[in-house]
Design a binder for this molecule. Sequence first.
Ligand code: GAL
Length: 661
Amino acid sequence: MAQLIHGSDYNPEQWLDRPDIIDGDIRLMKKAGMNSMSIGIFSWSVLEPEEGKYDFSFLDMIMEKFYQNDIKAILATPSGARPRWLAEKYPEVLRTDSLGRKQVFGGRHNHCHSSPIFREKITAINTLLAKRYKDHPSLFMWHISNELSGGCFCPRCRKAFIDYLKKQYNNDLDKLNHDWWTTFWSHTYTNWEQIEPPSPLGDTNLHGLNLAWNRFITHLCADYIKTEVAPLKEITPNIPTTINMMDMFTGLDYEVLKDEVDIISWDNYPHWHSENDYDAAIKADFAHDWFRSLKHKPFFMMESTPSLVNWQGYNRPKRPGMHILSSLAAVAHGSDSVQYFQWRKSRGSSEKFHGAVIDHCGRDDTRVFKEVSELGKILQSISDVAGTQIKSEVAIIYDTQNRWALDDAQALCNKDKQYFAQVLDHYRALRKLGVNIDVIGSCQDFSSYKLICAPMLYMISEQNANRLKDFVKNGGVLVSGYFSAVVNENDLCYLGGCPGGGLGEVFGVWAEEIDTLLPGNTVSVADEQNTYTAADFCEVIHPTTAKTLLKYTQEFYQGTPAACVNSYHNGKAYYIAYRDSGKFYDVLYDNITTELGICREKSVLPYGLLIQKRGGLTFVGNYSENYIDFIIPDGSYDIVSGSQGRLSLQPYGVLAITKKE
Ligand code: GAL
């Protein structure tokens, strides 16, 4: 039977001297409608207090209680944090920073991923965990480590980097010198051993090196995950694995890591009520769509807060309704779970004031507990949605490696080239129309979409450019614009004009130069009827075969095209040469989606309302502080409230609309 997971990170190892609290926890979990707990994430020092001396008694006890109470266990491998003995006896497990400083014991998530000792020790404990619980009926999923991130600059990692490069370059150092353009500033390598990772003490200006190092960090992390997963897959081949990924994290390329695990999961902490809630919701939806599109399968929202966090500038409790609204948004976008950090507030240390289902008071009559319990019931009532796929006719390309290269480029506005903000602008215009959207990397398959938006796709390989070309040839509509297809996958500029990689022909334009506007400055652009506003960047372009849609009406480029469309074989390609402040994208996507017959709402949604469809349900959320009128179509009703017909949706209200039987 389909089931949505409702769960939480649970740290009973902090309460082993309080069996009354642990027993109370289990009772309250049932009361709150929780069916899964993530355990053991930071338990290494309890599970292996001394090297080779293991004690699984607390896990045995908890797993048994879960079994008795029909609660699933998402069992973590304990490498989120290491025990002291490990660092003390084997300092090689500690990271070295880019200035060559070795860390001392402390913190978490900061092991050297190339350390053979670390890998040996984690393999040993993972093997024991898998053997011990392989037949345990509660074992549901493996949670590998916690929020993997970061790199190490120790001599062993440096050697691994050089070995990686030798393999990538088939031992051809000349090719590497060419790709990294090392003749610049006389940086030519004459032997492999000269290669150092990027460092403020050495090279930060070889952009090819920076890009290669970022790729290597992801490669090493993937290799590390393989080490952790190997014993688990050997002993428990049917138990799925996951790593909990982080919101729009740029330190690793998740498009690469996705293949190392069975299920994508991520930790979702929007800045509710400290930034504009509608904007925060758009960002959270975008992230959900990104994580879902990694495997094009349902994912897990592994962490979220039931109330507030403790690490934002202003830590504000979710307003009444926001918890249910934001949790159902995750489900609407493809999550098969709503999970929290954390079940119970810890009594001491840095997370003691982080939101939890159970506060220090231990009560179940709090506002938070009641909302969590109410959500538990709602999740049961919509459980049929679990496992259902989301079909999108539209994709937006958001590419982590492109972001690395773009952020690294010394150009435009160095402080912020606004890549993510620009991608979000396109996303928002489409979400205003209630369109379901996939968010994909530039290596993914394009063939199933009608419309692809690829804003600021600065770095693209010729191979992927060709695939985009084919997409348009075969009838697809492509939207891109300024500073796109500028460099190839090695960060070398395309010669012969931009957009490069053959895309100039598709867009029917070539770009001559780009203007960076100062903060607060704008430039007008217009067609015969309407005027729009450009901010941040204005590119000067020349149509070759494209038709002009808008022209600049100011600046030295006054009268030249600001937006064009080109018919290319069976499809069309739009090139928007400037950063629009929003209105033109609204018009553009209204027209394109209508023309392509893309599934959308009949009219533009009122501000604050977001709609997403999944598995026969239409989720409608109000992210504003106002009531919004909404009509539930005849023959349908809201599962959450039972409402039908015309209604006034309250602030932070949500509907899950389905057809009547
Ligand atoms: C996550 C982390 C959790 C907890 C949480 C607090 O990033 O995985 O362990 O620290 O943040 O919001």
